[in-house]
Design a protein around this ligand. Sequence first.
Ligand SMILES: [Zn+2]
Length: 266
Amino acid sequence: MIDTHIHIDEEAFAADSEQVIARQQEKGVTAMIVPGVNAASVETVLSVCRAHKGYCFAALGLHPEDVKEDWETQWKTIEKAIRTNREELVAIGEIGLDYYWDTTYKEQQKEVLRRQLLLARELNLPVILHNRNATEDILKILQSTICNLQSEHPLRGVFHCFNGSRETAEQILKMGFYLCIGGVITFKNCKLAETLKEIRFPETDLRNRLLLETDAPYMAPVPHRGERNESQWMIHVAERLAEVFDTTPQEICTITTQNAKQLFGI
Ligand SMILES: [Zn+2]
């Protein structure tokens, strides 16, 4: 299993990140992708990934919730760090739009998303996208960015923590993007499993476009809901997906691991 989205550099793991990482290795988690969220996390992400080279892989980006009045200064720092450390990065993320908590900086969120998508294309890196209550805008920006780029490498990436509609999923898949599935799929009132069953995407086996993630420390799956999340518990997500696709959790783990390797080049 590869955890394609874990904030192991954050405060919640400060006291015991070494033990947490060792425990995941023992439990069959073969790699972690650690996305940054702001200028401050440039250092924390890079240092944990340097300390666990070949196991923790870094992404840097400006998260929409961190787009505030100082966004241009933050972006300058992050852009510079991305260019300087290009060879150590497997993605730009996490980036996107979030209209759930605060829409004060909606226009700035869109602007910085566009800049990050263009940089991802320029540097040939995939993007890790965060979307909350902003599906229409994020798809519009992606489509226009993809259309405006004359390049043999299409923009590629993943919608992290996907929990949208069938129509949204089909549009994302058509653009060549992946859907990342986390603990939410195990929650009692979540309709995601049913949605996945209804998706019509004849171009490929849907399983070839799925990734696993925790978003740890957040989003722990049932039966650990409310606890600090950790990567080994993705097995509960794999079990739920196995029911959806009428297969075994092991097969889901194998396929999603291949997918993660392919998207992030690890
Ligand atoms: Zn996250």
